[in-house]
Design a protein around this ligand. Structure first.
Ligand SMILES: Nc1ncnc2c1ncn2[C@@H]1O[C@H](COP(=O)(O)OP(=O)(O)OP(=O)(O)O)[C@@H](O)[C@H]1O
Ligand SMILES: Cc1ncc(CO)c(N)n1
Length: 264
């Protein structure tokens, strides 16, 4: 069995964050582990509060795992403050897991700043150089690349700029663009498009967390990056197609359908 670790924030409503990551990794038949960076009080409608876990406790969780258990891949999600980013980067440099997927979480679907604006430079400088792949959505790619994105050419230019920050591969996600949700992968040489079929639903809470955890699981399972993304894209497409009308805002995606062959 492969062992996959998420380093991310908790979403008590179960749609995003660590909870989405653990469900995704389990659906991929990987053993899922978590290092909690923050506790959020959120639901399908809003993020009401955030408690950041002290960096020393983040380090202690990472030490507890790596000193005892082999880690086949790591996914990093919400880390809101620079000191926590610094702590995580230091520990990953110490333990050198084989694959690191960085989902540069910045703003929730409901508009809450999950990354403090002053921590964006730490994310760029400390986490991107450790990334096997970084998975920004379009607004995140705009911030990382320092440019606005309005066209396919812009996506390609932004991907090149983010690659120059040190990530080995860059996946810019098209969920926020108009039209069909095509994601673009740049490996430093070539661009590969991963087309999707837009599902007209409000229930897209946690899509980014799910995609990045599916990529991390597929890398742990031995797939090369391009294939890991292709499989993850199929997983998120099915999970959105069968998403769950829960709560009064953006409901969660469905992790059961593809792996267990139907609703549960
Ligand atoms: N309505 C949709 N129909 C089909 N695919 C979608 C839809 N919305 C997003 N996707 C796909 O879901 C994946 C996640 O993309 P998205 O841009 O939504 O991430 P995100 O904004 O980081 O998510 P989050 O809000 O969880 O942080 C991508 O592969 C994207 O193409
Ligand atoms: C904890 C957490 N991580 C990531 C996201 C992004 O959707 C969220 N809403 N909450």
């Amino acid at each position: 069995m492969k062992h996959v670790l998420t380093i991310a924030g908790s979403d008590c409503s179960g749609g995003a964050g660590v909870q989405a990551d653990l469900k995704t990794m389990s659906a991929h038949r990987c053993f899922a582990m978590s290092v909690i960076t923050a506790i959020t009080a959120q639901n399908t409608q809003a993020v009401n509060d955030v408690l950041d876990i002290p960096p020393a406790m983040i380090e202690a969780q990472i030490d507890a795992i790596f000193t005892d258990i082999r880690v086949d891949a790591v996914k990093i999600g919400m880390v809101s403050v620079s000191d926590s980013i610094r702590a995580i980067a230091g520990k990953l440099r110490q333990y050198t897991p084989p694959f690191v997927v960085v989902d540069p979480v910045m703003v929730s679907k409901s508009g809450y700043d999950l990354l403090r604006p002053e921590a964006a430079s730490a994310l760029k400088e400390l986490l991107l150089p450790l990334a096997t792949i970084v998975t920004p959505n379009v607004p995140e790619a705009e911030k990382l690349a320092g440019m606005s994105i309005r066209s396919e050419d812009d996506i390609k230019e932004a991907a090149q700029r983010i690659y120059a920050l040190g990530a080995k591969q860059v996946l810019i996600k098209g969920g926020h663009s108009d039209g069909q949700p095509t994601d673009w992968l740049f490996d430093g040489q070539k661009f590969t498009a991963f087309p999707g079929k837009r599902i007209d639903t409000p229930n897209t809470h946690g899509t980014g967390c799910t995609l990045s955890s599916a990529i991390a699981s597929n890398l742990a399972l031995g797939h090369p990056v391009e294939q890991a993304v292709e499989l993850a894209k199929q997983y998120i497409q099915t999970a959105i197609e069968h998403s769950i009308p829960l709560g009064h805002g953006h409901g969660p995606v469905n992790h059961f359908y593809e792996y267990y062959g139907g609703e549960c």
